[in-house]
Design a protein around this ligand. Structure first.
Ligand SMILES: [Mg+2]
Length: 140
């Protein structure tokens, strides 16, 4: 049996909140993470709802994937608000190619890592694993 990187040593899944206005990207992230044993705690279509969901589930979310470009509250503002709720929050930014300055700003604001669209399974799992401090024992 292949080790699934989404499982904690105690067998419980890591819980991920996905914040993305693209239903397609959210579904992709969700499918990849679920295939490795992660639990999707929720999917929020914009920053405002993402922050609200994070606040409601706060102690029960291990990682947030945060799209940068969203209508209404964008990922940068949502990152700031989530960090204000929990300064140790693990937030991984999801960004289109060519947004280096925005990504840099997010990293300075406390984002733990980033992934560039189109979503690559292996890159996603490697970075999520690094943020959670687990070894990426996933099937490539
Ligand atoms: Mg977007």
């Amino acid at each position: 049996m292949i080790d699934m990187c989404g499982m904690k040593p105690d067998g419980k899944p890591y819980r991920v909140l996905i914040v993305d206005d693209s239903v397609f990207i959210a579904k992709q992230l969700s499918q990849i993470l679920k295939s490795e044993g992660f639990e999707v705690a929720g999917i929020a279509p914009d920053g405002r709802i993402g922050v609200q969901m994070y606040e409601e589930m706060s102690s029960n979310v291990d990682l947030v994937t945060m799209d940068i470009t969203m209508p209404g509250m964008d990922g940068i503002s949502a990152l700031e608000k989530i960090r204000a709720i929990n300064k140790n929050a693990s937030v991984v930014m999801v960004t289109a190619l060519g947004k280096e300055n925005l990504v840099k700003r997010c990293m300075l604001m406390g984002a733990k890592n980033f992934i560039v669209k189109p979503i690559d399974r292996s890159a996603l799992l490697t970075r999520v694993s690094a943020v959670l401090g687990i070894k990426p024992g996933f099937a490539k």
